[in-house]
Design a protein around this ligand. Structure first.
Ligand code: AMP
Ligand code: GLY
Length: 433
């Protein structure tokens, strides 16, 4: 099988790695990829939003499956475009991608299909939003309706700050067009967790649950980021709770999509708050989480690429019954190394040292067979040296028999990698972090 992965981040490195090592995969392309993905296939300098160029590549190379990493091309209809031209795609159509591209559409969907969620209301006028927050107790969770690179949520307890956030979002100052409509929702207390499933339109294959750490500092303090680290499995999720999440949230979501006339073939990602009243959905994503993919994909066994193709072809049930894909018992911990200053401004172009001792995302390596290093914000400079080029630079994943051991192993690996100003949270994998 020939597979094209669309995207260039750490998630796409993990996807390319898992696809490349699947049996039956002949060749992998990554558009545009990063220096890390070169170890898994051929990087082609194509913009994920250039659907014509992606289609030309598919036709010229007789690509069997396109796997779309990020949400922007999905929301813009890459799956519709390619499927109309006879190409198989893992990733939903733009109608399915509305679950992520519009928070208010997602909330209406949850309400319509009885999927547990926080109480909410959508607004386009400052006065309406302000009179609403006066009528409900804080803290208030204020969300830009559109795509805002994971940074569209503001949580405030102070009325003046809430008014400021509402004004800045609705005027377009904070998140541009994405903020011209906002959702204000009830603040939920509990533990956050990520539940993802592969879907083929009719059935789901739930992936191991994981927990991301969204804020930049230890103890989940400071500004929101794209994700600072992940662990899986989750000791606080009992098998009964996991079953309930699969049945009442993931499967129900797929059935809701089906009822709405959407044939959803891709990942359903539910960002959950595990509250005293049970799990509730905070948000949907329509793709693998980043960095959740870097933690969860190493925990899968079997034929990952085959599973994605089975989703695209609507035959996931028989693929899973045939034990084509499974989950290993080992625990995984992923620590994200960022540039100094992220999620604010940060320097670029700093040389990265120490990667040669690891498997470079292509495991198992000779020195550290249990560690995978996935690249994200990296590039090769004019001398061919690996340097930093983004906020989240690397995701270091360790796979060990238990969570504690995976945690120590991941941090041991992180300590052997360096670039000037490298920052990482020290509490990834601590269950209460
Ligand atoms: P979202 O992009 O909707 O997942 O929101 C980003 C982060 O904001 C989540 O990971 C939570 O930490 C937090 N958040 C979002 N919605 C709520 C809520 N209703 N109650 C409490 N925290 C929330
Ligand atoms: N890690 C959160 C996300 O991918 O949106």
């Amino acid at each position: 099988m020939k597979v094209l992965v669309v995207g260039s981040g750490g998630r796409e490195h993990a996807l390319a790695w898992a696809i490349h090592k699947s049996p039956g995969v002949e060749k992998v392309w990554i558009a545009p990829g990063n220096p890390g993905t070169k170890a898994c296939g051929v990087n082609v300098p194509i913009d994920p939003m250039d659907f014509e160029a992606i289609y030309d590549l598919c036709r010229n190379e007789a690509i069997d499956l396109v796997v779309v990493g990020p949400e922007n091309p999905l929301a813009a209809g890459i799956a519709d475009f390619l499927m109309d031209r006879g190409i198989r795609v893992f990733g939903p159509t733009s109608a399915g991608a509305r679950l992520e591209a519009s928070k208010s559409a997602a909330k209406d969907f949850m309400a319509r299909h009885g999927i547990p969620h926080a109480r909410y209301k959508a607004f386009e006028q400052v006065e309406d939003a302000v009179s609403y927050i006066r009528s409900v107790p804080g803290p208030w969770v204020i969300k830009a309706d559109g795509l805002a690179y994971g940074k569209g949520v503001t949580i405030v307890s102070d009325m003046d700050e809430a008014k400021k956030a509402i004004g800045e979002m609705l005027s377009g100052k904070l998140h541009g067009e994405a903020g011209r409509r906002i959702v204000i929702e009830e603040f939920l207390e509990g533990t956050e967790a990520t539940a993802m499933a592969l879907c083929d339109g009719n059935t789901i294959f739930p992936l191991p649950m994981a927990k991301d750490h969204k804020r930049v500092f230890e103890g989940d303090k400071g500004p929101m980021t794209g994700g600072m680290g992940v662990f899986s499995p989750l000791p606080f999720v009992t098998p009964e709770l996991e079953d309930a999440i699969c049945r009442d949230i993931l499967y129900k979501t797929l059935m809701g999509l089906k009822t709405d006339g959407i044939d959803y073939r891709g990942v359903i990602y539910a960002g959950l708050m595990l509250t005293e009243d049970g799990p509730k959905v905070l948000e949907y994503n329509v793709r693998f989480g980043d960095p959740e993919a870097q933690c969860v994909l190493p925990r899968l066994t079997g034929d990952f690429a085959g599973a994605l193709l089975a989703c695209a072809e609507g035959r996931l049930e028989s693929f899973v019954e045939g034990k084509g894909i499974g989950v290993r018992d080992e625990a995984a911990v992923t620590v994200v190394m960022t540039s100094q200053g992220y999620p604010g401004d940060y320097p670029k172009g700093l040389p990265i040292a120490g990667l040669e001792r690891f498997a470079d995302g292509i495991g198992p390596g000779d020195v550290s067979p249990d560690v995978l290093v996935f690249q994200a914000g990296t590039k090769l400079d004019h001398e061919g040296r690996l340097v930093t080029s983004g906020g989240r630079v690397l995701a270091v994943t360790a796979l060990m028999p238990a969570l504690d051991a995976a945690r120590s192993k991941a941090y041991e690996a992180v300590s052997q990698i360096s670039f000037a100003g490298a920052y990482y949270r020290k509490d990834i994998g601590e269950v209460n972090a």
